[in-house]
Design a protein around this ligand. Sequence first.
Ligand SMILES: C[S@@+](CC[C@H](N)C(=O)[O-])C[C@H]1O[C@@H](n2cnc3c(N)ncnc32)[C@H](O)[C@@H]1O
Length: 222
Amino acid sequence: MFEQQPPDLRQKVKELADRFLDSNDPSGWFDVLYADAAGDAARVPWARLTVHWALQNWIDRASPQGEGKSALVVGCGLGDDAEALARLGFRVTAFDIAPTAIAWCRQRFPDSAVNYTVGDIFAPDPSWVGAFDLVFESRNLQALPVSARSRAIEAIVPLVAPNGTLLVFTRYRDTDAAPDGPPWPLSETELDRFRELGLVERDRHPFPEGEGVQQFRIEYRR
Ligand SMILES: C[S@@+](CC[C@H](N)C(=O)[O-])C[C@H]1O[C@@H](n2cnc3c(N)ncnc32)[C@H](O)[C@@H]1O
C-alpha cells in the first residue's frame, strides 16, 4: 500500500498508525489521514483514482456476470473498485470506517448506483450476513495489525452468501514472525483462518508490485 510513496507521507502514516494503536484503536487513524488530505488523493497512499489493475485483470479473466447479483466492497477507500463492480451490473454496497472517504466517494460519483455507507468491519450490519454473492476485500486486512486480524476475517467471512465468492488482495509474508508495518503482510497461518471458517481456496495469483513485495489475489468460494 505504500509503494512509491514520498518518505514524508510514509512517515506520517507510520506516526498516525502508531499513535492510534497505542490507544487500541487500529482503525482510528484512517479518517484523520483522509481529512488531512483535504481532497488531494496524492496524500492518500493507496489511492489510485482508477480500478485496481489486479481487479480489472480478474474481471477480464473471470468475466463475472453481475446482473441480479450483489457485491460488498470492504474498506472501499475512494470507490473506484466499487464503481468497476457496479459497471458489471452488480448491486454494490461499499463501506468504509472513514466518513471522509465515504463523503469523497459520493462527491466523486454523484450519480453512482453504488450504496456508499460508513461502516465498521468489526461490526457489520446484521442484515449483511450471508447476503453477498461477491465480497471484495482489498488491502484492508494488511492495514490492520496482526492482533486484529482473526477478528476481521471472522467478521468478513459470514457476509459471503452460499456459493458466493470472496476475493482477497493482500501482501504476503512467508514467515510467522511478526511483521513491521503498516502495512502488515498476512502469513499463511493467518490465511488459514479463511479455510477454517469454511471457505475453499479456488485460485491464488501473485501480483508483484515493487521489489521484494509479495502480493496475492486469492479467490475463495463458500
Ligand atoms: C489500505 S486502505 C485500502 C483501500 C481500498 N480497499 C484499496 O484497496 O484501495 C484501507 C481502508 O480500510 C478502511 N478501514 C480501516 N479500518 C476499517 C474498519 N474497521 N472498517 C471499515 N473500513 C476500515 C480505511 O479507512 C481505508 O479506506
